[in-house]
Design a protein around this ligand. Sequence first.
Ligand code: AMP
Length: 250
Amino acid sequence: MKVLVAVKRVVDANVHVRVKSDGSGVDIANAKMAINPFDEVAVEQAVRMREQGRATEVVAVTIGPDKAAETVRVALAMGADRGIHLKTDARLEPLAVAKLLKAIAEQEQPHLVLLGKQAIDSDCHQTGQMLAGLLGWPQLCAVSAMQLQASNLSVQRETDAGVQTLESGLPAVVTVDLRLNDPRHASLPDIIKAKKKPIHVSTPEELGIDTRARLVEVSFFAPHQRSAGTRVTSLPELASAIETALQESN
Ligand code: AMP
């Protein structure tokens, strides 16, 4: 069973990004970059499936600029067998990414495609759903536990109403939540070994996919600063603080 895992290079979750002074975007020129945290969980899941003998091959795919190759190397160091890098400097919307992943899925014929539930830079939360729609495969989204028995997939997802269990056959598209597992840190020998693993490089143009953006980014601004709160020590004090705040807002 082959597992395809989509990994995106994003700004490291610990970096505090700033909006550019002209409001045209977010300044990430010198920001530390990393694998999208949800994708790290997806890679861990795929590698565990191979280690448990449920998967035979794990292929990590990324779409992005030259440096996105580093993200594939992270997946390879975690245990993925080989990588695919679709090189592009274009800003890609989820539909374009989904079309490109569909083309890769048609070439690779995986039984399972794993993606993160969302990319933490754009927070779109759309690519997996669009990919499943384009492929005509079942989609199991924001999965926090999963079991595979033969070709039957059973997953749990946390909803506002409780934990939902879904089952499907394969092939399928699964997007993962952070709760699914605790990703490993690659060891130095694994990082060195990963340098020898193959990465196939191609471009969206070679696949004949139109990746033009459909949306225009109009403006960016930083969230408004909130004024500091006040600490109260009793209920009457809280009631009077609420009353004052209400009077001030009227
Ligand atoms: P999004 O719909 O943009 O929030 O992204 C959801 C998931 O799609 C991510 O967690 C990745 O698994 C995958 N994905 C999005 N963009 C890319 C990309 N440029 N390269 C590889 N995978 C991507």
